[in-house]
Design a protein around this ligand. Structure first.
Ligand SMILES: Nc1nc2c(ncn2[C@@H]2O[C@H](COP(=O)(O)OP(=O)(O)OP(=O)(O)O)[C@@H](O)[C@H]2O)c(=O)[nH]1
Ligand SMILES: [Mg+2]
Length: 226
């Protein structure tokens, strides 16, 4: 299987090199999309054997993933994994997702932070994610334990069953995550969740949640009105 790991990065100069070097120990095709970073993200990884592309301006995580995914497909990817650049996703979990996908029981495999393995997630984030789960279940009838998970693997083979472009989302920002779930449901794709552990260091714990909550609320309103 031709596996591509797509990593969107925004101002990850402090972490990106380590993250990519670790990915390269197991995967030979890594795409990093530098999403208009204002720091040294690009310089940090330019010498590494990866596919590197950049947005001239910051467009958002969704836009980065879209650019990377389209590039991966152009390069002949059969399996695509979306993973973060901040070191929160573990290599062993990425491998777990790929193994699950290769079993052939699902079109898309999503990592869940709420299935057995405990992550050291801040309490306020836990509450927000619990509410997101309830909303998605209540209003959209999608049963998933971690609707905001950014770690996913899917088939992208040009031959045979492929989740892309069925899950090609339109939102450029964090809303793409929920939109993918709608698209999975709309296109009757099969997803499975596998337990993952996500690291929350000081940097992650200090991130502001408000912009993400605002986006989630806007998305729900959008979908409810339509
Ligand atoms: N925040 C942010 N991240 C972006 C953007 N574009 C790409 N990314 C990347 O998207 C990934 C996820 O972003 P995070 O801010 O870590 O979001 P998260 O993991 O859902 O949230 P935390 O649990 O708070 O870390 C990272 O690899 C970022 O570098 C952007 O415009 N804003
Ligand atoms: Mg993160």
């Amino acid at each position: 299987m031709n596996i591509f790991i797509v990593v969107p990065a925004y101002n990850e100069g402090q972490r990106i090199k380590k993250v990519v070097e670790l990915l390269l120990t197991k995967f030979s095709n890594v795409i990093v999309v530098n999403d208009g970073s204002k720091d040294n993200t690009g310089e940090e990884i330019k010498s590494l054997p990866i596919y590197y592309c950049e947005h001239a301006v910051n467009l958002g995580q969704g836009a980065g993933l879209k650019t990377g995914t389209e590039l991966a497909i152009g390069l002949g990817a059969e399996v695509i994994v979306h993973a973060d650049a901040d070191g929160q996703h573990r290599l062993e979990d990425i491998e777990k997702l790929v193994i699950e996908l290769e079993k052939g029981n699902a079109d898309i495999v999503i990592g869940s932070r709420f299935l057995g393995v405990k992550s050291n997630m801040p309490k306020r984030k836990k509450i927000i994610l619990f509410l997101a789960k309830l909303f998605v279940r209540l209003f959209f009838r999608i049963k998933i334990t971690d609707p905001q998970s950014g770690l996913r693997a899917f088939r992208a083979s040009p031959v045979g069953a492929s989740a892309w472009p069925k899950i090609k989302f339109t939102y450029d920002d964090f809303r793409h995550c929920t939109e993918i779930l709608f698209l999975i449901k709309k296109n009757r794709l099969k997803f499975v969740e596998v337990p993952i552990k996500v690291n929350y260091d000081e940097h992650s714990c200090n991130k502001k949640l408000r912009p993400k909550i605002k986006m989630a609320a806007e998305l729900l309103l959008d979908k409810l009105i339509k």
